[in-house]
Write a new protein. Structure first.
Length: 233
């Protein structure tokens, strides 16, 4: 048999048997796993932040709707803002009919806007014995009590005065000073920073925005006009 024929047959046998297959080595598998782990470590926080951003925007929409509902109430009731919290002292009977969120309830179609989508705890029991079930809603937003039954005309700078804030654990009395009942209540007066190190605010004129935690580290860290821009003749 000639040399060309032997070479041809050898190549034919190799092509008929198919290409040789080689499995991954342990080192190659470890490298792939390491790359996947690195990508996951980089991307998962990004995805989590993106999801929280979506919840933040949904919460901002809730705050906007509550602010608009309050403005409708103000227009219908001689430009007076609704009263604030009825729960001032543990000895005082809690009156849900007097709560601000009950007064604006007729102007709201969906009560789910009272719930912040980033707040997972809806069954908190307060030190005063009240739960979200007693309140009727898991209300995650609270009012600036400085505008309790205040006339709109008395507010000097409505665009600079805070109206609604995100409360901590379904309850707040904000701004809180000596009117808070004991130290156990003081913590409920602070803002919540659940949205990417900040929270959503609405102002008297109806505009809403996200404010960073550093700008609101306690009720009185904000310029005092944010809470007390009310004219008292």
């Amino acid at each position: 048999m000639s040399a060309p024929n032997r070479s041809y047959r050898r190549r034919f046998r190799q092509s008929a048997s198919g290409p040789s297959l080689r499995g991954f080595t342990l080192i190659e598998l470890l490298v792939v796993i390491a790359i996947i782990a690195i990508l996951a470590a980089i991307l998962f926080p990004v995805f989590a932040k993106a999801r929280e951003k979506a919840r933040q925007n949904s919460c901002l929409s809730n705050v906007k709707q509550l602010a608009l509902a309050t403005q409708q109430y103000v227009q219908d009731y001689d430009e007076l803002f609704p009263r604030g919290s009825g729960y001032v002292d543990p000895q005082v009977i809690f009156d849900t009919n007097g709560e601000w969120y009950m007064t604006v309830r007729p102007y709201i179609k969906n009560t789910q806007i009272f719930d912040c989508p980033s707040h997972a705890n809806k069954t908190l029991i307060y030190s005063g014995g009240l739960s979200s079930a007693v309140l009727g809603y898991g209300v995650d937003y609270c009012r600036n009590l400085q505008v309790d039954r205040t006339a709109l005309a008395q507010i000097v700078e409505p665009a600079n005065m805070v109206f609604l804030v995100e409360g901590l654990n379904n309850y707040c009395r904000w701004p809180c000073s000596t009117t808070c009942v004991g130290t156990s209540w003081a913590k409920y007066a602070w803002h919540n920073d659940r949205h990417n190190a900040g929270s959503n605010y609405s102002f008297i004129d109806g505009h809403v925005k996200w404010v960073s935690e550093g700008a609101t580290d306690g009720p009185y860290a904000l310029p005092s006009m944010y809470w007390h821009t009310v004219f008292h003749p």
